[in-house]
Write a protein that binds this ligand. Sequence first.
Ligand code: URA
Length: 238
Amino acid sequence: MATQRIDKLLASTGRWSRQEAKALIKAGRVLVDGIPAGRGEQKADPSVSRILVDGADLGWQAHTYVMLNKPAGVLTATEDQRQKTVLDLLPEDLRRRGLFPVGRLDKDTEGLLLLTDDGELAHRLLSPKKHVDKVYYARLDQPLAPADCAAFAEGVVLADGARCRPALLQLLGDGREALITLWEGKFHQVKRMTASRGAAVVYLKRLSMGPLALDKALTPGSFRYLTAEEVAKIGGIP
Ligand code: URA
């Protein structure tokens, strides 16, 4: 990890604004390896130096990873002039960290959404070459049948002629509910795939993305940090 300005470092935790960080430093409340930081411009490497604020370890982490149970009615975006976004569901200190959603869920789709400031990880998880699986639970207005499972396995052709990669359709109950596993991410893909088989999605929820599963304890709209184990599983940097 390279050295960084101390005020920037403090601000990157999301706990203080740059101005607040500068004020803490000026007041002598920030120690770098036991020595009060002189000015905001002073640099330090947080992976090497011990940085204390009011005696408490900065607890610096290279990246932040948050699991959100996205509720319906919220946009997967970092900001919007008129509509509520997934970032609006996070507290101020997290919003300041520059988190962004990894992939997109439609406004009316619920479920697992990973937010991070780790661009490399996001790229890896979304890259079509990496074949990361995404599992959705869908409720449909019409039942699907075993013939539709075979069509999904072969690769559904959408209304616009685009061919999907083979996908897994697992019917539940009478076929009006299903688990759908995709290894790619086209726009409105689940909805367009079921529509091509004559059934409209009436409810959609993402349950997992690669090795990361939605925590059942998270109610729609709530979030938690990934555990160290989860970060390791998805290949992040704690
Ligand atoms: N497929 C969809 O149709 N919508 C989503 O939000 C995700 C996958």
